[in-house]
Design a protein around this ligand. Structure first.
Ligand SMILES: [Zn+2]
Length: 429
């Protein structure tokens, strides 16, 4: 009998569920505008500038429609639409943060999986898990410079098309590196480097990532290590990327690699551990950005305990030099674009990068500016993201303590809205 009634219910439900589906579809086609009003006690609308008190941010669908003085009510909008009001009167409200350097594709799902066990598919699970952690930490946009495989392009497109929430993402796939095997990203002369870059572009890259020096986790990652590419090869990479107005990000630790990449015209230097006076002058004259990934220091301190005797002096040099060189670059007026290297560091702990900036002498406001305004300009997306201003995406976060007094307040983000959609509301309901 029980079985029978379950079946009956099932049969009865079919036409209704079909109807409900049609109804939903119809609604989606002429969806009414969605209005939200955020009451912000303290609003850091443009980080680096004085905060505003007691304001209302009016959000229409995915964009910011107005920013007004005082706490306005839905009636004041002058339309019949029902607006949702979010109470952040006791909070500090700021634009969604931007991390210039994450690797979403690395994680537990691909460990020990080869092509024949669906590595690429499982990589997508890493991406989804890591992207969720990042979004919930208040990072509504990321740049992903370097990935194994193409899954990250599919994830980017899914977020862009609104299939699922996620940080908006600008990404490179395989890093262009010196290598004579036929794998993606490997190249060894001008012609093969052009080919390697074109392959990345054809597959959908927003950025090209280049390994201009040895890896920092190898014994060759030293101050006076030579550039691994010939100057003509770096130039070929940049010129090829330029044919699609795609910028190049160069991983570089040693001084020669940093300076060669800057001379050739890369848009960003990643890590830049041994930048010198010449590098700083080049950054400024070329209008390039420095992505320090200083929170990797947290990881080095940890890894040092179990490091080989060969690696120990390399790590000691990083611990001693990297923070000081980032400080010197900042003082010299180099544009610092906040990037954490999450993947090497923990996904979701992205704000540790800003903690490090304050530790080396930046003000809290400047550290936040680096992760918002500066990163939006580095990405050339300043008309869409980086501040809470009319016309931009409604990427809005809030914390309960002032991040202008204690940068670690950003390690506990209680409210996240991405493109007008509320993702997290531990505070503000
Ligand atoms: Zn990296």
């Amino acid at each position: 009998m029980k079985k029978f009634s379950a079946l009956l219910i099932f049969i009865l439900l079919i036409p209704f569920s079909v109807l409900a589906h049609d109804e939903e579809k119809k609604k989606a086609e002429d969806k009414p505008d969605q209005w939200t009003i955020v009451h912000a006690g303290t609003l850091i609308a443009r980080p680096g500038e004085a905060p505003l008190r007691e304001t209302s941010i009016v959000v229409k669908n995915d964009r910011i429609e107005r920013v007004m003085n005082g706490y306005i009510q839905p009636e004041a909008l002058g339309n019949d639409a029902a607006a949702k009001v979010i109470d952040l009167k006791g909070a500090y409200v700021l634009p969604g943060l931007i991390d210039a350097h994450v690797h979403f594709g690395d994680g537990k799902y691909t460990e020990k999986r080869g092509e024949d066990t669906g590595e690429a598919t499982y990589r997508m699970l890493n991406i989804i898990e890591n992207a969720n952690k990042t979004l919930n930490a208040g990072y509504t946009t990321v740049r992903n410079p370097g990935a194994s495989g193409w899954a990250v392009f599919a994830y980017r497109d899914g977020v862009r098309d609104g299939i699922f929430p996620g940080p908006r993402i600008f990404t490179a796939a395989h890093t262009i590196r010196v290598g004579a095997d036929e794998s993606d990203g490997a190249c060894y002369d001008v012609s093969s480097c052009k080919k390697a870059v074109r392959r990345q572009i054809n597959m959908g890259a927003d950025w090209i990532k280049l390994y201009a020096t040895c890896s920092g986790s190898k014994p060759c990652g030293k101050e006076h290590a030579p550039s691994v590419f010939l100057q003509e090869e770096i130039k070929a990479v940049i010129e090829t990327a330029n044919t699609h107005q795609i910028p190049v990000a160069a991983h570089a630790h040693g001084t020669a690699g940093i300076n060669d990449a800057l001379r050739a015209g890369v848009r960003t230097i990643e890590h830049g551990s041994y930048n010198d006076k010449t590098s700083r002058a080049l950054f400024k004259s070329k209008g390039a950005y420095y992505v320090p990934t200083l929170s990797v220091q947290d990881r080095i301190v940890e890894d040092y305990k179990t490091a080989t005797e060969e690696m120990k002096p390399v790590m000691e040099a990083f611990m001693e030099t990297h923070p000081a060189r980032v400080a010197a670059a900042y003082k010299a007026g180099v544009q610092i674009a906040a990037g954490s290297d999450a993947g090497v560091t923990k996904h979701g702990d992205n704000a540790r990068e800003l903690y490090w900036y304050v530790k080396i002498g930046m003000s809290e406001a400047e550290a936040i500016r680096s992760a918002t305004i500066v990163n939006s300009e580095m990405l050339k997306k300043e008309s869409d993201i980086g501040s809470i201003e009319v016309g931009k995406f409604a990427d809005i976060i809030a914390v309960s303590k002032s991040p202008l007094e204690d940068i670690e307040a950003l390690s506990d983000v209680g409210f996240v809205m991405a493109g007008g959609q509320i993702v997290k509301s531990e505070i503000g309901e």
